[in-house]
Design a protein around this ligand. Structure first.
Ligand SMILES: *[C@@H]1O[C@H](CO)[C@@H](O)[C@H](O)[C@H]1NC(C)=O
Ligand SMILES: *[C@@H]1O[C@H](CO)[C@@H](O)[C@H](O)[C@H]1NC(C)=O
Ligand SMILES: *[C@@H]1O[C@H](CO)[C@@H](O)[C@H](O)[C@H]1NC(C)=O
Ligand SMILES: *[C@@H]1O[C@H](CO)[C@@H](O)[C@H](O)[C@H]1NC(C)=O
Ligand SMILES: *[C@@H]1O[C@H](CO)[C@@H](O)[C@H](O)[C@H]1NC(C)=O
Ligand SMILES: *[C@@H]1O[C@H](CO)[C@@H](O)[C@H](O)[C@H]1NC(C)=O
Ligand SMILES: *[C@@H]1O[C@H](CO)[C@@H](O)[C@H](O)[C@H]1NC(C)=O
Length: 539
């Protein structure tokens, strides 16, 4: 009996170790070669291929050009040149230097790509909510090789695709299969939120983030620029805000920094949408302007602590009007994010002056008081001709919202919220399933990939009110040293869900493309982490 038990234990133990320890050599997920992320809407690919020699290759613009286009062509020539393999490695295999010459699928050398822009672009043009990003890219063995688009933004997306189709074959040469692509985004608004208040993120890292956005065809940089912890934006109207509210005098964004970020983004077809979150999340504003905030009380005695903005004071509204007037001028995008999430009522409740104000104004609840504030701020934004975005609480608390307001859904149970928001006729953005600060083990990009923004109860009309979504990089435990690896390639999963057709791919298939895409980002200097597991990049 004892012998029997021990042999059973031995067998079980062996079984467990065998299933755990059998591992094949090589990468867990094998990378594709020359496949595109996010997946194009329509693509046919052949086995026939061209060889591109980066030293010779040129873009030929057959239409009017502008600085956005010429700068983009320079950037992509650089990217293409950097894609060739390091000489040292290939020198070892001189005999296989031009293996394509005898391949039956070899069509020839692709020395130029024609660029046709149908609508001329203008110097200094900015992308906006109505930008067109559609393009056609034909690499064929019988006709001309051409990238064509209505707008310069479409050309930018097409250039990104073209650069992704190339893959190294041998020293100084790249391979591109014949392919025909017709591509456009599923959603107009495809963003990433970056929080620069919980940790200050230097401008150089924000510019790199914008590079990464363009490699993923994302088109909105949502700049959550201030919060409770710090106020790094140097306001022209109220410079005291950052003088006293920034972590350090150097941890700030000057007007030149902001302009640089907006221009750098625009050159890549990316909109910059600023968020100045109020009336909660404003503790840092009170360093310079304590009178903006509500003093908290205990037993009718002030505790010296502060809560959300004081919605009962005229000063608050005069201040906000002046600041927002500056903001819509500094940030030219039509959209303005007004925040308004997580307003805590305890401090308002404790404050006798606020209680008295509510009585004289016949305001019977704190939600109503919040509405009173938000209504005034949205009216200001409306008067300044901005389209307001607010976090979902504003809607769920029942604030009366102007028709054009966009409701940004971020909490759990988003399916019910999206249904309610769209049922009331409002446009909506989804972020709930794309919180990049929520970490899980292994390659946790699949949880983002498996989120389908229309998977909620509602009519087709309701689904049309979903204008897109944003992956959110909250920065409590993120600074300049880990922002790249935490965002990428995890935000790439959201990028594909927002660009590609519904059910474009399964996460297990997409994994192979993401493996290649991650190496591609690494090669371009983005410190993306491995998406899935063991493997390597040819760098
Ligand atoms: C490209 O063509 C080669 C053969 O030349 C083929 O093996 C490969 O699968 C093709 N790639 C794609 C993405 O179709
Ligand atoms: C690209 O190829 C498709 C399919 O072969 C064709 O219908 C289309 O006219 C081509 N477009 C351009 C701009 O060459
Ligand atoms: C605070 O003062 C108000 C008005 O004077 C009074 O009604 C209330 O009971 C006081 N609350 C406490 C906790 O002392
Ligand atoms: C605040 O503004 C309102 C309306 O504009 C005005 O009636 C009121 O007198 C002002 N209060 C103060 C203290 O200035
Ligand atoms: C106060 O508001 C309630 C409903 O919110 C309303 O029934 C009542 O008439 C209002 N009173 C005054 C004096 O406006
Ligand atoms: C917004 O206003 C337009 C025109 O006045 C109207 O057709 C539409 O139903 C309104 N939408 C909402 C959500 O109220
Ligand atoms: C790696 O990717 C494959 C599919 O590409 C997936 O099935 C597997 O669960 C992933 N592994 C981890 C650790 O995420």
């Amino acid at each position: 009996m004892i012998a029997f038990t021990s042999s059973l234990v031995f067998l079980l133990f062996n079984f467990v170790t065998i299933t755990c320890y059998i591992v094949e050599p090589g990468p867990l997920v094998v990378a594709t070669k020359g496949e595109v992320w996010p997946k194009p809407q329509e693509q046919t690919t052949e086995d026939k291929f061209y060889i591109v020699r980066p030293q010779i290759f040129k873009f030929k613009v057959l239409s009017e050009s502008c600085d956005i286009l010429t700068n983009a062509l320079d950037r992509y020539i650089n990217i293409i040149v950097n894609q060739i393999l390091p000489k040292t490695r290939v020198k070892l295999q001189e005999d296989v230097l031009k293996p394509w010459k005898t391949n039956k699928n070899f069509v020839g050398y692709l020395d130029a790509l024609d660029i046709i822009l149908l609508e001329p672009c203008k110097h200094g043009e900015l992308p906006d909510a109505s930008m067109t990003e559609q393009y056609v890219l034909n690499i064929t063995s019988d006709t001309v090789n051409v990238l064509s688009a209505q707008s310069v933004w479409g050309i930018l997306r097409g250039l990104e695709t073209f650069s992704q189709l190339l893959y190294p074959t041998a020293d100084e040469a790249l391979h591109i299969n014949c392919t025909s692509i017709f591509d456009y985004p599923r959603y107009q608004h495809r963003g990433v939120l970056v929080d620069t208040s919980r940790h200050y993120i230097p401008v150089s890292k924000l510019l790199k983030t914008l590079d990464a956005l363009s490699y993923n065809k994302l088109n909105v940089f949502h700049w959550h620029i201030t919060d409770d912890q710090s106020f790094p934006y140097i306001s022209k109207t109220y410079p005291e805000l950052s003088q006293q509210g920034a972590y350090l005098p150097t941890y700030v964004y000057t007007q030149q920094d902001v302009a640089q970020i907006i221009n750098y983004a625009a050159a890549r077809g990316i909109r910059v949408i600023a968020e100045f979150d109020t009336p909660g999340h404003t503790r840092s504003w009170g360093q310079a302007f304590p009178e903006l905030l509500s003093p908290c009380y205990r037993n009718n005695v002030s505790t010296g602590q502060y809560g959300p903005m004081d919605p009962t004071k005229n000063f608050t509204y005069e201040f906000m009007e002046n600041l927002l007037t500056e903001i819509v001028d500094v940030f030219p995008d039509n959209f303005l994010h007004l925040g308004a999430d997580e307003v805590e009522f305890e401090c308002w409740q404790s404050n006798p002056e606020i209680t008295a104000f509510m009585q004289t104004h016949n305001i019977s609840s704190y939600v109503e008081l919040e509405s009173y504030y938000i209504q005034k701020i949205i009216d200001m934004s409306d008067k300044l001709k901005a389209t307001s975005i607010v976090w979902e609480e504003v809607f769920t608390n029942g604030v009366q919202l102007p028709n054009r307001t966009i409701v940004h859904v971020w909490k759990g149970g988003w399916e019910l919220t999206m249904n309610a928001v769209t049922n009331s006729g409002f446009q909506t953005l989804l972020s709930s399933c794309w919180y990049l600060d929520h970490l899980s083990g292994g390659g946790d990009w699949t949880k983002y990939y498996d989120c389908e923004p229309t998977k909620f109860k509602g009519s087709d009309e309701q689904k049309k009110l979903v204008i897109g979504g944003e992956a959110c990089m909250w920065a409590e435990v993120v600074n300049e040293y880990n922002i790249e690896s935490r965002m990428w390639p995890r935000a790439s999963a959201a990028a594909e869900k927002l660009w590609s057709v519904k059910d474009a791919d399964t996460s297990s298939q997409a994994g192979h493309r993401l493996e290649e895409h991650t190496c591609r980002m690494n090669k371009r200097g983005i410190g993306a982490q491995p998406p899935n597991g063991s493997g390597f990049c040819e760098l």
